[in-house]
Design a protein around this ligand. Structure first.
Ligand SMILES: Cc1ncc(COP(=O)(O)O)c(C=O)c1O
Length: 484
């Protein structure tokens, strides 16, 4: 998407625009506008592309800039162009309809945007061969009913092995396969947290974890992360000791959204404090496979657990593909049995075929994940460079892993910026989505999961609307549809 037509390209498409039928009766600007409408109507000029700047088109067509300005104005008035000062002009159709990249006509609400609300990569090329290989394996399972509440043994073995490789001996009985990490969290909360139980979370944190906690009517306390330093060890340990929450939900490995990595000594101390306080720790390792720049990852938090206090959750979504819907829980074998019993009342079991696909992907983990890291580092650097160039007043901590960065803005404008950005085709997840009580308006999460060109384009558009923010007449807030 995010395509742009250059002056020369549009001039070629327009061809003999000044000699169109009926031309003699209309001024140049009207003829030019009519020609652009004609290109849009017959699909030769796509919808949602950025037209050249007025000066560029004037030069390409060898006409005066005033003529182009008037033509663009007419196109805006007829609903064929959407312009934002400083950002550019995008083609559209009157009545708020356009064609999405799927080729389908969609209402304006379904605009084919640069979606920075979702922090997840497109599927790796290995997914299709892994799926083919999985279908070859499937007959081995077809002789049974196919219900495996803790997951098929091959996948549990592969996941257990990956923990052992990280220095945490794990047996397949300690693993339960789920339909994604979110499902794992929900099941763990059902088991470990009575309704209205007390929970400690980081702030900012992953919004859908807050949603899962809200579903349990949890009483939530927060530990604030600093932009540069992450966790404040003393404060975190003191809150566990003093408030003795029933449960703490932490993302120590490239935290979403800040990208911070919890140091090894704090991991050990948090586990000790949790045990002393009677707090269960739910450790979300969604991003653990994605260190960047060769950053060493400390041992799993559960390494320091001697009393089955730590329940670890993780999944395939971030290193591999969210559409696979494969996650897991690592806990003690009795806890896994209890979780499996609880899940029978929820969804029975995970799809066998998808689990087999996961087995094949994990067998190829070294290659796939190495490519993901290279891709993410490149995209992160492109995003950082674009921010430094266009929004130098924003402060960012360079993430050493994961897929997101957390930016401190030049004012408490995150929600307003998200509203304005949507108008120019960028969907953002504003800071308050990552906290409680509408705080974090000075912050914005920016994922670097899209191609570098899209990220740079998005920053240019965001920078342009940031300039407009303080002007009157802001559009109404529309919630981003999915944040993940
Ligand atoms: C910290 C964290 N936990 C869980 C999830 C959900 O992952 P899944 O797609 O495996 O359910 C995400 C996805 O963004 C996440 O960032």
């Amino acid at each position: 998407m995010t395509s742009q037509v250059r002056g020369g390209q549009l001039a070629r498409l327009l061809g003999q625009w000044h000699a169109l039928p009926g031309r003699r009766r209309s001024p140049d600007y009207a003829a030019l506008a009519a020609a652009v409408r004609g290109l849009l109507a017959d699909g030769r000029l796509p919808l949602g592309v950025r037209l050249p700047a007025e000066r560029e088109l004037a030069e390409a067509l060898r006409i005066s800039r005033t003529t182009v300005t008037a033509a663009y104005r007419e196109l805006r008035e007829s609903g064929h162009l959407n312009s934002r000062r400083g950002a550019g002009s995008w083609t559209m159709l009157p009545g708020g309809h356009r064609v999405a990249s799927s080729g389908l006509w969609t209402p304006q609400d379904d605009l084919d945007m640069i979606d920075l609300g979702i922090a997840a990569l497109a599927a790796p090329p290995e997914l299709v061969p892994a799926t083919r290989a999985a279908t070859e394996d499937l007959p081995r399972y077809l002789g049974s009913a196919g219900y495996h509440p803790t997951g098929i043994i091959e996948l549990r073995e592969a996941i257990a092995r990956s923990y052992a490789e990280r220095g945490l001996p794990t047996s397949p009985e300690q693993i339960m396969v789920t339909n994604g990490t979110q499902h794992a969290l929900d099941l763990v909360l059902r088991l470990a947290l009575a309704p209205a139980g007390s929970v400690l979370v980081e702030s900012p944190t992953y919004p859908n974890a807050l949603a899962a906690l809200a579903a349990r009517r949890a009483r939530i306390a927060t530990h604030g992360l600093a932009l540069d330093a992450g966790w404040d060890a003393d404060l975190l340990l003191a809150s566990i000791r003093q408030s003795r929450p029933r449960l703490a939900y932490l993302i120590p490995d490239f935290q979403n959204p800040t990208g911070h990595l919890m140091p090894v000594d704090l991991r050990e101390r948090v586990v000790g404090a949790a045990h002393a306080a009677g707090t269960d720790l739910v450790v979300d390792e969604s991003f653990v496979d994605l260190p960047l720049d060769g950053t060493p990852v400390p041992p799993p938090t559960a390494t320091f657990d001697r009393h089955s206090r730590v329940i670890t959750i993780g999944g395939m979504s971030k290193p591999y593909w969210g559409g696979l819907r494969i996650g897991w829980v690592r806990a003690s074998a009795p806890q896994v049995q209890r979780l499996a019993a609880a899940r029978i009342g929820v969804d029975m079991s995970s799809p066998v075929l998808d689990q087999l696909v996961a087995v094949h992907l994990l067998a190829d983990a070294a290659t796939i994940v190495a490519a993901r890291r290279t891709q993410l580092a490149h995209q992160r650097d492109a995003l950082l460079a674009a921010l430094a160039e266009r929004l130098p007043q924003w402060r960012v901590a360079v993430p050493r892993g994961g897929v997101t960065l957390w930016a401190e803005l030049d004012g408490p404008v995150s929600s307003a910026l998200a509203r304005a950005a949507e108008e120019v085709g960028v969907r953002l997840a504003p800071g308050p989505r990552f906290g409680l009580d509408g705080t974090l308006e000075r912050f914005l999460r920016l994922p670097f999961t899209l191609p570098a060109a899209d990220l740079v384009d998005a920053v240019h558009r965001i920078a342009a609307v940031r300039y407009d923010l303080d002007r009157a007449g802001r559009p109404q807030w529309r919630e981003p549809s999915v944040i993940a």
